[in-house]
Design a protein around this ligand. Structure first.
Ligand code: URA
Length: 434
């Protein structure tokens, strides 16, 4: 078999055999197939697609490209979640302590952010001392002791995805259903969890722009995940506006702590509850949504979830005093407030992508893998879609350290806000089929 023939087949819209897919992925990892050949194949996949069987073969080839974690010796289910990524997405930071405080073992492997703002690992690293690079043994021991650990994915877990994702990012081949499915599902299978809940985002701040496409992706991932004998479900949620009321690494951790103290932001509550309920039901801990909601609310009200977060931070070497002293976080030295210049009526939309651009320009995200992120950069948002806005009211505050790109950032931030005189309904961010 030759790489060029595999590429040619996909270019002509032919269906790959399992052997072709294994040959191509294996050859790439062994250095026999070059980046330019992989890039050509990825583009052919974007143009001509992979069918269900090809997607399943690709996912399996990804899983088998590296180690697979096993949790022998830990009683009960092991849960994991994955978000397809969004702006202000701090769900993991609140979900994992809540679930662990309710008796669910959480083995959370997360990534750094590329493109928009930081990923969960970047956010956690804004906590002084927090170790996000746990060894496999420490990761498992921590789950045994306190029921949860959040660590970065090791390079030998699905190395095929690590290398191919970096290429997709620079060859405009990220937004293909089968490629996203293989990337996401393989990581979750290899991470050893037997209960998996996916958060599939759609909208301006997500890879997937429409709810119909998000539904298609979610169905595909559930079907492929089930082939590996995992309990798997998905939540579909909108990412038209940033999630919660902050974007940026330190600011999002602070919002997560506030949430666990009972200062809830509604959209963050909605999506976290939905994912938690599905996890609790699949783990056999809650019989239905209502029971799960009661457990979820009580874990916040009693402070159990906040204590669990404290425990996770301490266990991973972080300074748990951040919970009561936000001054320990690195927050931008300067800030600028954006206020309404006149009575604006209602906020019709708040474009997540524009907000992400503003934060990224100031240093909250990365342009390339080797860039570092500025934990202190970000914004807090005072008005969300549907809110009435009067002259002089604060819309948002941008925090920054380096003002070189401030003017551009401000332009993006201001253009995120669209107003209307008509009353705007506040919509649920969860997509449900009737
Ligand atoms: N998140 C992933 O992990 N992989 C993708 O391909 C897209 C989003």
């Amino acid at each position: 078999m030759r790489a060029v023939d595999v590429i040619e087949n996909k270019k002509c819209g032919l269906i790959h055999t399992k052997e072709e897919i294994n040959f191509f992925i294996d050859g790439y990892l062994k250095g026999k197939i070059q980046d330019y050949q992989m890039s050509a194949w990825l583009m052919a996949v974007c143009l001509n697609g992979l069918n269900f069987d090809e997607t399943a073969y690709l996912t399996e080839a990804f899983v088998n490209s590296g180690d697979i974690l096993h949790f022998d010796g830990i009683e009960g289910h092991i849960a994991d979640k994955h978000s397809t990524g969004g702006v202000g997405d701090k769900v993991t930071l609140v979900l994992i302590p809540i679930l662990a405080s309710l008796g669910v073992n959480c083995a959370k492997l997360s990534g750094r952010g590329l493109g928009m703002t930081g990923g969960t690992i970047d956010k956690l690293e804004s906590i002084p001392g927090f170790n996000t690079a746990l060894s496999e043994i420490d990761f498992k021991n921590q789950i045994k002791s306190i029921g949860a650990a959040i660590s970065s994915q090791t390079p030998n877990l699905v190395p095929a995805d690590g290398r191919i994702y970096a290429l997709r990012d620079v060859t405009a081949t990220v937004d293909n259903m089968s490629l996203i499915c293989a990337s996401v599902v393989s990581k979750k299978i290899a991470s050893g969890a037997d209960v998996i809940v996916l958060d599939v985002k759609y909208g301006s701040g997500a890879f997937i722009k429409t709810k119909e496409k998000a539904k298609e992706l979610s169905d595909l991932m559930i079907k492929v995940g089930a082939l590996f004998n995992r309990k798997i479900d998905a939540v579909i949620s909108s990412m038209e506006q940033p999630l919660g009321k902050s974007v940026g690494n330190s600011l999002e951790v602070i919002e997560a702590i506030e949430f666990l103290k009972g200062h809830l932001t509604y959209d963050l509550y909605e999506v976290t509850l939905e994912i938690a309920a599905k996890t609790l039901i699949l783990s056999g801990i809650a019989p239905d949504f209502n029971a799960a909601k009661k457990m979820f609310d009580s874990s916040i009200l009693t402070g159990a979830a906040l204590n669990k977060l404290k425990e996770i931070i301490s266990y991973q070497g972080g300074n748990h005093n951040v919970i009561d002293n936000y001054g320990l976080f690195d927050i931008g030295e300067y800030f600028v407030q954006i206020k309404a210049q006149s009575d604006k009526g209602y906020l019709e939309s708040l474009d997540a992508l524009e907000i992400a651009h503003a934060c990224k320009l100031l240093g909250a995200g990365r342009e390339k893998k080797s860039d570092s992120v500025d934990f202190g950069v970000g914004c807090t948002i005072n008005k969300k879609q549907g809110d009435k806005v009067y002259e002089g009211e604060l819309l948002m505050t941008l925090y920054y350290n380096d003002k070189r790109r401030l003017n551009d950032a401000l332009k993006h931030a201001m253009s995120a806000f669209k107003f209307t005189s008509e009353k705007v309904e506040k919509k649920s961010i969860i997509y449900r089929e009737n």
